[in-house]
Design a protein around this ligand. Structure first.
Ligand SMILES: [Zn+2]
Length: 75
């Protein structure tokens, strides 16, 4: 049996870091035969979704933020 080299040994390659996978798929939900999308950025356009915070929406790309008024939540 051949002995394996320990990872992290000098092999000339840069250490590979796993990036967190895109969660963009989670912004789409299928209802029946229709695709529902989350709120997207009006500046960046569709495809760039807004982060939903407690009382506001925020775009991580252009730093656009939109405040959600509480009166709008309850109808
Ligand atoms: Zn944006």
């Amino acid at each position: 049996m051949a002995k394996k080299k320990k990872s992290g040994a000098k092999t000339g390659k840069k250490p590979h870091k796993n990036k967190p996978t895109s969660k963009k798929f989670s912004k789409y939900t299928i209802e029946g035969d229709r695709v529902k999308r989350e709120r997207f950025c009006p500046r960046c356009g569709p495809g760039v979704f807004l982060m939903v915070a407690k009382d506001r929406l925020y775009c991580g790309k252009c730093h656009y933020s939109e405040f959600i008024s509480k009166s709008e939540e309850k109808k």
